[in-house]
Design a protein around this ligand. Structure first.
Ligand SMILES: Cc1cc2nc3c(=O)[nH]c(=O)nc-3n(C[C@H](O)[C@H](O)[C@H](O)COP(=O)(O)OP(=O)(O)OC[C@H]3O[C@@H](n4cnc5c(N)ncnc54)[C@H](O)[C@@H]3O)c2cc1C
Length: 468
């Protein structure tokens, strides 16, 4: 039995961003917290590793945030590392079409045309600030760009209730019903939905996809500015653990939880590690949905909301980290209209590593078809796509690669998913749920994870306050 603390602690199971943010709120509310994490490090789906062969720190997968991810940003401030993210001054995404004549690069940007700026005009209100870049986006014809407006306007006007009612429909179906064509979907809508929702429009709930556009492109002109991590992602979890320890939380790493002991219909203790057991006053399960489902005592699994956790599927992300003998790109990142390249990040430049060799990371979302393929094939396809997309690779030598497959990177935001994204409260008063997959309304992001942790902590604190 654990002899930790004066009070019976609240167990937070899972040291991903959801667990870390729940633990932070609880400790700041004066509670005793026991954080249990299976791996030797925290951070969950957002982690880094040393590659000793190449003397470099790599992330499991390239992560970006956006200015609209306000809870994640305030989490970074609370743990003392807000400066780990560098935001663009305004949204700017260079999109490369390797098949177009002249090897075309076109921008999606919220920058105002110079002529307007010279006239001293202020930023246009959202979503009109996107108009100039849509007009100049050269990977669509003029007719196709006109079609975009026919979908943007109903998205802008849609109420929350109307949006929620669309959950059973795929975003592709919704777009086709709103004058979009397969080509427009592939060359514009998928470009945004694939990295944010981790699946293509055809596989994503319309409710989820429209939330992304309303949040990022329709509310605040700066909301979609992209933030890049200037240091390894692992530093976020380290800073959070340091802050939790400083405030008196008990952190157990290498502590895989294997069971929840019940008493009187409530969670009373948790079993973890090599046979350790700790009495607890409450439990927050901050785990992927299926892992959480398997930890719930068998007698409770058929109850609401637990059975819904077993209905979730997963979507993979693959990152191909590449070491080149020279600079092969100029920008921090580019999008590519090629499924084997998708988004390419200039890791060396973003991290301020000046001298060669130069690292870039190819981030492949929704990689269902690729995830079971051999690493050699993945590297060959990615190298071919990068060489086609980036002219500067001509004559350059690819010195090394490192492939990271995250086969369960995120929950799958398929049509109908909202019914299974449940809130933090369960039918067991002292057992709560957190995780990016819960009912935050957001896709599987760091923002969603942090929000879910806060929601679980708040629900628990409210429940405890009512009981006293
Ligand atoms: C490659 C990749 C790229 C991504 N890109 C982005 C991006 O650009 N922007 C963005 O916002 N989001 C991105 N995401 C998503 C984001 O990382 C996740 O949504 C978020 O980190 C999930 O946090 P979580 O705490 O909900 O879950 P998790 O991170 O899954 O945390 C769960 C934790 O529970 C632990 N655990 C599991 N079983 C047990 C057990 N039995 N006992 C104890 N502990 C256990 C796990 O080890 C883990 O630490 C990306 C994810 C991946 C994988």
């Amino acid at each position: 039995m654990s002899d930790y603390g004066a009070e019976t602690p609240i167990a937070v199971i899972g040291g991903g961003l959801a667990g870390l943010s729940a633990a932070l709120d609880l400790i700041d509310a004066g509670k005793d917290v026991l954080l249990l994490e299976r791996r030797p490090f925290a951070g969950g789906k957002a982690w880094s590793f040393d590659d000793p062969n190449h003397d470099v720190v790599l992330d499991n997968g390239q992560h970006v945030t956006m200015r609209c991810c306000t809870e994640f940003q305030s989490f970074l401030e609370r743990i003392g590392c807000p400066d780990i993210v560098r935001y663009q001054e305004r949204l700017e995404v260079a999109v490369i079409d390797p098949d177009s004549r002249g090897h075309h690069v076109s921008l999606i940007s919220s920058e105002q045309p110079r002529s307007l700026a010279r006239l001293g005009l202020q930023l246009l209100p959202a979503p009109l600030h996107m108009l100039p870049s849509i007009v100049t986006y050269e990977h669509l014809s003029m007719g196709e760009k006109t079609r975009l407006a026919l979908a943007f306007e109903p998205i802008r006007r849609m109420s929350e209730l109307e949006r929620l009612a669309l959950d059973r429909q795929s975003f592709e179906t919704w777009l086709l019903n709103h004058h979009q064509t397969s080509r427009v979907i592939e060359r514009f809508w998928d470009l945004i939905i694939l990295p944010t929702c981790n699946d293509r429009c055809r596989d994503v709930s319309a409710t989820q996809a429209i939330q992304v556009f309303q949040e990022g492109f329709s509310v605040d002109p700066r909301a979609a500015d992209i933030g890049l991590f200037t240091r390894g992602l692992g530093q976020v979890a380290e800073a959070a653990l340091a802050r939790l320890r400083e405030r008196g939380a008990q952190i157990e790493l290498n502590a895989s939880v294997s069971g929840i002991v019940t008493r009187g219909g409530e969670a009373a203790a948790v079993r973890y590690g090599r046979g350790e057991q700790a009495d607890v006053s409450a439990v927050i399960l901050a785990l992927p949905p299926r892992t959480a489902f398997e930890l719930v005592p068998a007698a409770w699994r058929r109850r609401e909301p637990f059975w819904r956790l077993s209905q979730h599927e997963v979507s993979p992300i693959i990152n191909v980290h590449m070491k080149w003998d020279r600079q092969v790109m100029r920008r921090d990142f580019v999008a590519v209209l090629d499924p084997d390249a998708q988004f390419i990040f200039h890791r060396s430049q973003i991290h301020g590593w000046q001298t060669p060799p130069h690292w870039i990371s190819v981030s492949l979302s929704g990689a269902h078809d690729l995830v079971d393929r051999p690493q050699r094939e993945i590297v060959e396809r990615a190298e071919r796509a990068v060489r086609r997309a980036l002219r500067r690779t001509a004559g350059a030598q690819l010195l090394a690669t490192r492939v990271v497959k995250e086969s369960e990177a995120t929950f799958r935001p398929k049509p109908g998913i909202n019914a299974h994204r449940v809130g933090p409260r369960t039918s067991i008063g002292n057992l709560l749920l957190a995780g990016a997959w819960t009912a935050t309304g957001w896709p599987a992001t760091m923002e969603s994870a942090v929000r879910s942790g806060r929601a679980a902590a708040q629900a628990l604190l409210e429940g405890q306050a009512q009981a006293t």
